[in-house]
Design a protein around this ligand. Structure first.
Ligand SMILES: Nc1ncnc2c1ncn2[C@@H]1O[C@H](COP(=O)(O)OP(=O)(O)O)[C@@H](O)[C@H]1O
Ligand SMILES: [Mg+2]
Length: 502
C-alpha cells in the first residue's frame, strides 16, 4: 500500500497521532496535500526555526483567530499546546521530530494531544528521516514509512529533466542504467543529481550519455557514503585477479547469472568483530544492532554467504571482486561505523543503513561476510547467511602457481622459472604478493625478498590448525567441489628448511 493510501486509511479512522519516516518531507507533505483534492482541512506546519505557520488559507485563518503570534512558538511543546486550539479536522505537521522528541516534555505534549485530537478528526503528523520512538508513546503513534521512489517514478524524473533541458529523450538502455544509478535516492536529490549531470553533459554536437551515467554514479556513491557505516568499494579487481578459489568462483558465477541475481553486494568485513559481545554487552547496543540486521535479513529474504579462513587467503578480495565481476555496486557495511555515542541512535542508524541497502539493491542484496574465526559467530547469524559458509584454506600447490603467475605478471618479472622462486609451502596469496612487491620495491630477487616474510601459517600455526579442525566436514570448500576436508599434512615445513634452499 502506498503511503498516501495508508495515510488516507488512518485519517478515515480518525487516528490522531501519526509519524511518517520520509527521506523527503517536502515531497511527502505535497503529496498528502494533493490527496485532499479540493476539500482541504486547515493545515499548519511547525519547525524549530519558523515556529507555527499556516500551509493553506484555512490553516492561516485558524491560526490568526486562535493563536497569537504563532511564529514565535519555537518550542515544540508550546506549539503543540497552541495546536490544541485548532479547529476540527486540522492537520498539523511537525518537522524533524527526531531532533526534539526526546526533549523535556515533548512526548507528554504529544500524548496530551491524543484524546483531544481523536474527538474531532484532527491529526498530528510527525515528520522525520528515522525515528526512535520514546517508549511512553510507542503504543499511541502510528508509524508510516514513505518508501523511496520506484524505478518507474525515477524514470519519470529522468525524462522530465531531459525534456526541460531540451535534450532528446534517452534510449531504453540509458534510461535503465540511469534509474539503476538513481535507485536509493529520494525524489528531490534524484532530480537534482539528474539535472546537474544533464547540464554537464550537454554538448554542441550531442549528448554524452556515458559521462552522464558516470556522473550519476558519482553522486550515488556520495549519497550512500553520507549514511554512517556505509561506503562504496572503488577498487577494480575481478575474479580473474584471484588465483585459485575455483569452487566458490563457479558457485558465485552461477548465482550472478541465475534467477533473481543480486543487484548489490553488501560486504561485511571481519564480521566476528561486530558480533563479539552479542548478548553480553552491558548497554545492549551490539545485541540490538545485530538483532536488527538478522531480523531484517530474514524479513527481506536477503541472501548471504560467510567467507571463512585464515588471514590473507582472498576472502575480502573475493567479496570486493564479486561486485566488479557482476558490474553491480559493492557496499561496505561497517557496524562499528554506525554506532553512535547516544544509546538508541545506533539502532536508528542500522535501520537507516538497511533502508539504503534495500533501495540501492532494489530488494536484492547479497551479503558477503568475511570471518577469520568461526568460534565467536552465533548460530543464528550463520543461519541467516543462507547461501552457506565457505572455507578459504591456505592455497594448495596448483593455486599458488596461479597466484605467482598473476603477481609475476603484475610486478613485471617475466620469465621467472619455478627455481627462481622461494619455497612457498604454507604461503597465502597475500604473502606471494608481498614477496613480489618487496622484490620489485627493493630491487632484490624473489628469494632474497622471501627472507623478509613470516607466513601466517608459521606465526599463527595453532590458530589456523584449530580453524581447519573446526571447519573440516562442516563447510563448503572455496577451492574444490564439495565439503571442505582438512589436509592431513602438517601446516608448515619445518623451520629452517626454507632457508637451506636459498
Ligand atoms: N588467491 C589470491 N589470488 C590473488 N591475490 C591474492 C589471493 N589471496 C590473497 N591475495 C592478495 O592478498 C591480499 C590480501 O588478501 P585478502 O583478501 O584481504 O585476505 P583475507 O582473506 O584476510 O580477507 C589481496 O588483496 C590480494 O592482493
Ligand atoms: Mg580480510
Amino acid at each position: 500500500m502506498s503511503l498516501i493510501s495508508q495515510f488516507r486509511a488512518v485519517r478515515r479512522c480518525g487516528t490522531p497521532l501519526v509519524a511518517i519516516t520520509t527521506p523527503d518531507p517536502a515531497a511527502t507533505i505535497a503529496s498528502i496535500r494533493k490527496s485532499f483534492n479540493g476539500t482541504a482541512p486547515p493545515i499548519v506546519h511547525w519547525d524549530i526555526v519558523c515556529g507555527l505557520r499556516g500551509l493553506n488559507k484555512e490553516g492561516e485563518q485558524a491560526l490568526a483567530e486562535k493563536v497569537t503570534e504563532p511564529s514565535s512558538l519555537i518550542s515544540p511543546v508550546d506549539a503543540m499546546i497552541a495546536c490544541l486550539k485548532m479547529p476540527t479536522q486540522t492537520v498539523a505537521f511537525f518537522a524533524n521530530m527526531h531532533r526534539v522528541i526526546k526533549e523535556q516534555g515533548v512526548s507528554q505534549a504529544i500524548w496530551n494531544m491524543r484524546d483531544a485530537y481523536k474527538a474531532n478528526m484532527r491529526m498530528l503528523v510527525l515528520l522525520c528521516p528515522t525515528l526512535d520512538m520514546p517508549a511512553e508513546i510507542q503504543q499511541d503513534v502510528v508509524v508510516l514509512d514513505e518508501a523511496l521512489p520506484s524505478v518507474e517514478a525515477l524514470a519519470g524524473i529522468v525524462k522530465d529533466v531531459y525534456r526541460s533541458a531540451e535534450v532528446p529523450e534517452p534510449d531504453e538502455p540509458t534510461l535503465a542504467k540511469a534509474t539503476d544509478a538513481l535507485c536509493g535516492l529520494a525524489a528531490y536529490p534524484a532530480e537534482q543529481a539528474t539535472a546537474m549531470c544533464v547540464m554537464d553533459c550537454r554538448k554542441k554536437d550531442g549528448f554524452d550519455s556515458a559521462r552522464f551515467l558516470d556522473g550519476l554514479w558519482d553522486r550515488k556513491r556520495s549519497m550512500i557514503e553520507a549514511t554512517p557505516g556505509l561506503s562504496v568499494w572503488r577498487g577494480g579487481e575481478t575474479f580473474d585477479d584471484i588465483g585459485g578459489c575455483a569452487n566458490i568462483k563457479t558457485f558465485m558465477r552461477a548465482v550472478l547469472s541465475g534467477n533473481e541475481p543480486p543487484r548489490a553486494i553488501v560486504f561485511q568485513d571481519e564480521i566476528e568483530k561486530a558480533y563479539a559481545g552479542i548478548g553480553t554487552d552491558s548497554s545492549g547496543v551490539t545485541t540490538e544492532m545485530n538483532g536488527t540486521q538478522l531480523t531484517w535479513m530474514q524479513d527481506h529474504d536477503a541472501k548471504g554467504m560467510i567467507l571463512l579462513g585464515p588471514a590473507g587467503c582472498a576472502k575480502s578480495m573475493f567479496a570486493k571482486a564479486t561486485g566488479n565481476t557482476a558490474a553491480i555496486p559493492t557496499i561496505q557495511f561497517d557496524i562499528g561505523g554506525m554506532k553512535s555515542s547516544l544509546v538508541g541512535d545506533s539502532g536508528a542508524r542500522m535501520r537507516q543503513a538497511l533502508k539504503v541497502v534495500e533501495a540501492v539493491s532494489q530488494g536484492r542484496a547479497l551479503f558477503l561476510a568475511t570471518c577469520n574465526s568461526i568460534g565467536v559467530l552465533p548460530p543464528e547469524l550463520r543461519r541467516r547467511f543462507t547461501l552457506g559458509t565457505f572455507m578459504f584454506d591456505l592455497p594448495d600447490f596448483d593455486e599458488r602457481q596461479a597466484i605467482w603467475r598473476i603477481y609475476l605478471r603484475k610486478y613485471g618479472f617475466p620469465g621467472t622459472t619455478i627455481e627462481m622462486r622461494p619455497t612457498d609451502d604454507g604461503w597465502t596469496g597475500s604473502e606471494i604478493r608481498t614477496c613480489c612487491d618487496l622484490a620489485w620495491r627493493l630491487k632484490i630477487t624473489l628469494r632474497e625478498a622471501a627472507a623478509y616474510i613470516v607466513p601466517v601459517s608459521k606465526s599463527a600455526a595453532d590458530q589456523i590448525q584449530r580453524l581447519r579442525d573446526q571447519a573440516s566436514g562442516r563447510f563448503i570448500s572455496a577451492s574444490k567441489p564439495g565439503v571442505y576436508q582438512k589436509e592431513s599434512t602438517e601446516l608448515a615445513a619445518p623451520a629452517g628448511r626454507r632457508f637451506a634452499e636459498i
